[in-house]
Design a protein around this ligand. Sequence first.
Ligand code: ADP
Ligand code: S3P
Ligand code: MG
Length: 177
Amino acid sequence: MNKSLKHNIILIGFMGSGKTSVGEHLAKMMNYRFQDTDLLIEQRERDTINQIFRNKGEEYFRDVETNLLTELQNGLNNTVLSTGGGMPLREKNRKLLKELGYVVYLRASKETTVKRLRGDTSRPLLSGEELGEKVKRLLKVRIPYYEKAAHKIIMTDDRSLEEISVLIMEAYLKQIY
Ligand SMILES: Nc1ncnc2c1ncn2[C@@H]1O[C@H](COP(=O)(O)OP(=O)(O)O)[C@@H](O)[C@H]1O
Ligand SMILES: O=C(O)C1=C[C@@H](OP(=O)(O)O)[C@@H](O)[C@H](O)C1
Ligand SMILES: [Mg+2]
């Protein structure tokens, strides 16, 4: 048993990589609890992510994310934690994520990401500019941070939630036993 690793799985990755959907599926499969930082923030702020961005701005949202991650250090166990796609951008958050458990970067190609997010209105950072251009631009900046933050990278293109969950579970169990 790896005593240095907390018994949590943390999912990171770009918007649309499936962190929320895979997280729910994986938690059921492993009989772990499921938490999602975006849902926790919406409950805490009593507002939607869209409204928080609109009324208080991105920096405010990022500060709420960091505060939440700091608080989660106390007591999170046997949990799959899905995060928002911007969580690994701050160095402090990357450190906190690794201290919280086994960090898995769910990766998706630009094409898959666009296919999954076409028509979505719940992600404020994707409004405005043409979707493909926006995703391309953000991915270029973010991929190095996701890679730095992760213990393990899993490609999700053409894989079902079940297949992805099994891959994560196998990799995680190898780490802790
Ligand atoms: N492996 C997958 N195969 C097919 N569709 C997926 C897959 N993962 C996620 N999706 C779909 O993509 C969209 C975004 O998924 P979501 O879990 O919200 O991603 P994230 O939390 O990473 O932004 C949802 O409509 C979801 O059903
Ligand atoms: O990538 C980002 O900066 C964001 C991703 C979103 O979560 P998902 O990755 O679950 O879509 C949400 O936290 C917010 O809209 C900002
Ligand atoms: Mg999500």
